[in-house]
Design a protein around this ligand. Sequence first.
Ligand SMILES: C[S@@+](CC[C@H](N)C(=O)[O-])C[C@H]1O[C@@H](n2cnc3c(N)ncnc32)[C@H](O)[C@@H]1O
Length: 233
Amino acid sequence: MKHPLDTDVLGEFLVSARSLAEYRAIFDLTDADLKGHRILDCPGGAASFTMEASALGARVTAADPIYSHPADRLCRLAISETDRGSDWATAHSDRYRWDWYGGPERHRAMRHSAAARFCADLTAHPERYIAAELPSLPFRDNSFDLVLSSHLLFTYADRLNADFHLTALLELSRVSAGETRLYPLVDHIGRHHDVLVEHLRKELLDKGIHSSLRETEYEFHHGAHTMLILHGD
Ligand SMILES: C[S@@+](CC[C@H](N)C(=O)[O-])C[C@H]1O[C@@H](n2cnc3c(N)ncnc32)[C@H](O)[C@@H]1O
């Protein structure tokens, strides 16, 4: 029988648990971007960004369809998914640059630590976690000063088509009064989607939404060192 990791498909959407430190590096975030600002993290997954950025004075909302599940079930899922993601990354370690993490075991430990903080916050502040599913979000226009979206769009370009990407980007932009930052622009096996990115940027521009590409300090998949920024009005 084929081993589940001996494949190029990671399966259903992984529920990953990134930390504020990872979000800072991924999205080039400073304290000034966080403090006092209304921020949407969509998809939030099991990231501890919401908890940690809130502790620094940001007003963060996380949105993800998984938040419709009870907290205890979500916490168990966050831990099992952290192991699934870490097993995948370790089994395919040649696809990644490990210098930011310091190796697979440190990566796994950081993700488990983030998952534990996510669980604690989910119980303490359930109001921060809204069950919602792109491409339609239950927020008014311009509800947030900054919108962050990591590891859904482009990551799953093998199963989410160009129309979904465009509708989702328009929706994220609708709820943002400022920038909408997206990362990565490669999929979960590291394939670059430059044609899709340029197609979407052109479609957005036709609808009056300007965008730019910015180099990031963070690079895990080889060559994934660019974020897409949609600019607000
Ligand atoms: C790989 S995780 C990324 C989580 C977090 N941003 C991070 O970087 O750790 C992908 C998440 O996308 C969520 N997801 C799947 N379909 C979605 C949709 N249509 N709208 C919003 N979130 C979705 C999944 O539930 C999962 O938690």
